[in-house]
Design a binder for this molecule. Structure first.
Ligand code: ADP
Ligand code: MG
Length: 698
């Protein structure tokens, strides 16, 4: 859009400096562009009126049309209030205001016909409305749009400065009059035609003052499409440009890997694993730096894929590192991979926060000299003192736990050629969100579990059934299996949770005096945790009582029962992650969700979802719908939520369409130099360099 839209709001008719400052402070509205893009959050159907007699408590905000039949101010000081009655042919509605009484006294007219808008409540069988909006019927002009926009405003603006939704509506109306001729089209003629989009000016007009519900829908679609299109265009261009500018090391030799395949690997790869390895290998051979996201549900076998990629690097003289979010997980990767590395004569090291100084020194030196080919660790390997001779591949497990800053820190570990990057995640991210968060990455998906896995049987039990659950645990242990019992410990410092855990441990110990029981939680020292984990892995203990520290990645195939206490307190993704700790061997596995009887509607949905499905992607979509994208991991830092109109939870289809459209355009005209892409190029050039939705996603 042109400079016109940068004009400060104070210059808009009837706004002035003081109001403009308030609008900026309270609503973040500074310029014409801001105001025109602050779309209504809902609309009033001005054709729908309720009869007073039909009002009841369960109705939302409604409209009533009637004559004001008396008004009076009651009480003094803070208790002062205005009470009025409005009547239609069917009955009488009482209106009451506790604020702005002096002002109302001046403006409310007896015997005037009003449209009253508010939320009805019943009091002694009579309908009331508190703080309704009033509009004189004569104010309604012919030709006015029949869906009236409702804008968000703040309490302060409404009550002290009389800037309510209607004030904003009038400002927008005034602005549109002068602004619409200035609006330039931002999408190409072909896009407008192919997707049957409204032109930009019409869309803006109709989103604020829709003439019909159909036009409103078209305006919404057009504006959402545009918003998502530009996000995808940006991401795809970043991706393309990186490919052009960033060279990658070529790993085409694989002798050790072939040896591993033939002689050492303990199982056959699944078809999905093979496909993903092939995708990675292709990236390694094409001379460009790889940036790939590997998505695979819990238990789909991402670790072995990571190791095979690391072997490709080693076979070509490059070092690699695998970074895990927790010490337990790093440890587990190390233990698991060390077995293979030893047989292959590969020097594999481990670096975590608890690695001793002397040990560290050796590691640092071997990494610098290049005699250590592979490193597994936690955040500790991001430290500046950790220098590689030739780091060629960095892998991040459970990527959602790491920020963008950490990704780039790993890049810098090789000053000559940026290492290839593979990020792995088992937190199933809904497709829409993945397309936005990781839209600049190539994506591989392992969509198949190793053969022979039985779906985990999930049940919901109330605390009152604990004895039966304990009996079940006893039976499973008698069959030689192991059991997790997990307690919520959302914040490791929450003393109350900590008490739940220790109480739980004691009651489990009392119930199973003959069994060996491990306990792991965040307050323990790393060595203690390791020790307890190791006992469980070696099957010296049969029950593991733990907090969510074991949530991510831990792999004990013999464990077949996951009991989750206070399951209503966990989020869906977290429940799914926890459940993924079992079902890793050939035995039938079980997940038991324990709760009290008191459950909110959302908790019920979460529990039902868990019982119904094992599909991580389905679970992720439901999670997104329940919580909105704001709470999903990794979204806060990304800025993807500053959307003007599109909704990541609902607009998946538009997102896919807009991404496909952006892909087609870029494939044809990567620099957008063709005349038919002039609108798009000009729009990108007109965006301020720090525009939201743009630079913060990387
Ligand atoms: P995740 O994808 O959750 O990280 P892991 O890599 O921990 O899964 O693998 C889960 C378990 O499945 C491990 O015990 C691993 O050895 C095993 N596994 C991986 N791939 C296969 C396969 N193709 N066939 C059989 N077992 C496999
Ligand atoms: Mg894993």
């Amino acid at each position: 859009m042109s400079n016109f839209f940068q004009t400060k709001l104070e210059y808009l008719r009837g706004v002035g400096l003081q109001r403009a400052q308030l609008l900026g402070k309270e609503l973040g509205l500074f310029t014409y562009g801001d105001l025109i893009q602050r779309y209504p959050f809902r609309y009033l159907d001005r054709t729908q009126f309720y009869n007073v007699v039909d009002l009841h408590d369960d109705l939302p905000y409604v409209q009533v049309k009637g004559i004001l039949r008396g008004r009076e101010v009651i009480g003094e000081g803070p208790k002062k209030r205005m009470v009025a009655k409005v009547g239609d042919a069917s009955g009488e509605l009482e209106l009451v205001w506790f604020k702005g009484v002096n002002y109302l006294e001046k403006v409310i007219k007896n015997h005037q016909e009003y449209i009253v808008f508010g939320k009805p409540t019943m009091f002694n069988g009579r309908p009331q409305m508190a703080h309704p909006e009033l509009e004189e019927v004569s104010e309604q002009k012919p030709g006015q749009s029949f869906l009236q926009p409702v804008y968000n405003t703040s309490e302060k603006l409404k009550n002290y400065h009389r800037v309510d939704s209607k004030t904003i509506m009038r400002m927008v109306g005034d602005l549109l009059k002068i602004a619409l001729p200035q609006v330039t089209e931002t999408l190409s003629p072909a896009l407008i035609q192919n997707y049957a989009l409204l032109d930009k000016a019409t869309a803006l007009q109709q989103i604020h003052f829709p003439q019909t519900p159909e036009l409103l829908e078209k305006a919404r679609f057009r504006l959402k499409f545009e918003e998502l299109f530009y996000i995808q265009l940006k991401l795809l261009r970043q991706k393309d440009q990186r490919k052009v500018t960033l060279a990658g090391q070529i790993f085409s030799e694989v002798p050790t890997l072939v040896h591993f395949y033939k002689n050492i690997m303990p199982f056959d790869l699944t078809g999905a694993q093979k496909r993903v390895i092939h995708e990675i290998y292709k990236d390694f051979c094409n001379g460009q730096q790889m940036n790939r996201l590997l998505q695979g549900d819990v238990g789909s076998g991402k670790t072995i894929v990571a190791f095979i990629a690391m072997l490709m690097a080693a076979d070509n003289g490059a070092q690699s590192c695998l970074m895990a979010p927790t010490e337990i997980l790093a440890d587990q990767h190390y233990q698991g991979l060390k077995v293979y590395a030893d047989q292959l004569g590969i020097n594999l090291g481990k670096l975590t926060g608890s690695t001793r100084t002397a040990q560290r020194r050796v590691l640092h030196e071997q990494l610098r000299e290049g005699t250590m080919q592979m490193l597994v660790g936690t955040h500790a390997l991001l430290e500046d003192v950790v220098q590689f001779r030739n780091l060629g591949l960095t892998i991040m497990d459970e990527q959602h736990r790491f920020g963008v800053a950490q990704r780039s820190k790993l890049w810098q570990k090789n000053p000559y050629v940026i290492p290839h990057v593979l990020v792995m995640t088992a937190t199933p991210i809904p497709r829409t969100l993945a397309m936005t968060l990781y839209g600049d990455l190539d994506v591989s998906v392992i969509d198949e579990l190793p053969a022979g896995r039985k779906p985990i049987v999930t049940v919901h039990r109330y605390d009152a059934n604990r004895l039966k659950v304990f009996q079940f645990i006893r039976d499973q242990v008698a069959l030689g299996r192991q059991v997790y019992i997990v307690y919520p410990l959302i914040e490791e410092s929450e003393t109350l949770d900590y008490k739940d855990l220790t109480d739980g441990y004691e009651s489990v110990s009392r119930a199973f005096p003959d069994l060996q029981i491990s306990i792991v939680h965040g307050r323990m020292k790393a060595e203690e945790k390791d020790f307890e984990m190791a006992r469980f892995v070696k099957q010296e203990t049969q029950i593991m009582v733990a907090t969510t520290v074991i949530e991510v990645g831990v792999n004990v195939p013999n464990a077949s029962v996951m009991v989750i206490e206070s399951a209503e307190r966990f989020g869906l993704s977290q429940l799914h992650q926890l459940r993924g700790r079992v079902g890793r061997g050939a035995d039938q596995s079980y997940c038991i969700l324990m709760t009290s009887y008191k459950l909110s509607k959302d908790s019920r949905t979460r529990l039902e979802t868990m019982v119904r499905t094992n599909n991580g992607f389905e679970i992720a979509d439901i999670d997104l719908k329940l919580r909105g994208p704001g709470d999903l991991m990794g979204t806060q830092q990304s800025g993807v939520l500053d959307l003007l109109i599109a909704d990541l939870a609902k607009d998946g289809r538009i997102m896919s369409e807009s991404r496909a459209a952006a892909q087609t355009i870029l494939a044809d005209d990567p620099e957008l130099t063709r005349p038919e892409h002039g609108n798009i190029r000009r729009h990108i050039e007109s965006l301020p360099p720090t525009a939201v939705n743009w630079s913060r996603i990387s």
